[in-house]
Design a binder for this molecule. Structure first.
Ligand SMILES: C[S@@+](CC[C@H](N)C(=O)[O-])C[C@H]1O[C@@H](n2cnc3c(N)ncnc32)[C@H](O)[C@@H]1O
Length: 284
């Protein structure tokens, strides 16, 4: 391995390309930066800076893990989402860029609501709730999850991103027992068909917690649970924004309609795939 930042980056990117990774350049850059403690600017300003022996050793370990298909976010323990850096652990889903669609849709829905109250069901790292609290400084929210370990991570993320005074984290199944209603309920629930999980890409199957993936036999268990609970969790003018798996828009619309909700729209992600469903209570 060449021992300058630039050389190490190029060599690593070439090996990742050869291994068939989706984003070899980005993966290599992030790992070189983490191993050397430099940022984007450092890479640009001092590309010829030599790596120390310890940095080369660290980078070798990172490379071995990445070539064993461990995602970069798992190696580093962090993931960028909505321009913020979140801690991720084996207890949390690695936040996906597609889920930013939910944040954008949700911000539009509470645009006119003063000091909105937010519930994030299945909060994981807390990324959805914390991104919203970051954008809306007058908002408060609860992140709910059934995983205690995920709640600990979400709570640490709220603290490191400076919104701990406006966020609370509660162990609750689908928001049960919270005893209050919200202006906005947001959720990215587990929605993968159970039988498909063993066939998923190993970077997902071996590193995301099964609790964050498993949507039951048809992938729709969480939507049935949410359909049942949302009518008791939404304020009369409140909105729910719920992530969809590919091809689930029709089935989830039907589940929510059956539960007595009104489906306002389905929102596509940047790739044009229906990614979120927006629902509300019927007008009285
Ligand atoms: C797909 S992950 C979403 C995590 C995070 N909101 C995100 O978008 O990255 C689903 C989350 O739902 C949680 N979960 C699974 N079953 C649950 C239940 N019965 N009640 C509440 N949360 C649950 C999982 O622990 C996991 O954190």
């Amino acid at each position: 391995m060449t021992a300058t930042r630039e050389g190490a980056y190029r060599a690593l990117a070439a090996r990742f390309k050869q291994a068939g990774f989706d984003n070899p350049d980005l993966d290599a850059r992030l790992l070189v930066q983490a191993a050397t403690g430099c940022d984007d600017i450092g890479m640009i300003r001092e590309p010829q800076k030599e790596l120390s022996v310890a940095e080369i050793e660290t980078l070798r370990k990172f490379e071995t893990r990445r070539l064993a298909r461990e995602p970069v976010s798992r190696i580093l323990g962090t993931r960028e989402f909505w321009g913020l850096t979140f801690e991720v652990t084996p207890a949390t889903l690695d936040p996906r860029a597609d889920s930013e669609t939910l944040v954008e849709a949700a911000l539009g829905l509470v645009g006119d609501v003063e000091a909105p109250s937010i519930l994030d069901i299945g909060t994981g790292t807390g990324c959805l709730l914390i991104a919203l609290l970051h954008e809306r400084r007058d908002a408060t929210g609860i992140g709910a999850d059934i995983s205690e370990a995920a709640l600990v991570v979400a709570s640490r993320n709220a603290e490191r991103l400076g919104c701990e005074s406006r966020a609370a984290f509660r162990r609750a199944s689908w928001g049960d027992g919270l005893g209050t209603r919200f202006d906005l309920v947001i959720s990215n629930p587990p929605y993968i068909e159970a039988a498909i999980i063993p066939t998923l890409d190993e970077e997902v199957r071996d590193f995301d917690p099964v609790l964050a993936l498993d949507g039951g036999a048809d992938g729709l268990d969480a939507y049935r649970a949410l359909g049942h609970r949302l009518p008791t969790l939404l304020k009369p003018d409140g909105h729910a924004v719920v992530e969809l798996g590919a091809g689930q828009a029709e089935a989830v619309t039907e589940i929510f309609l059956q539960a007595g909700l009104v489906v306002l729209r389905v929102v596509p992600d940047l790739g044009g795939i229906p990614r979120a469903i927006v629902a509300a209570l019927p007008r009285r």
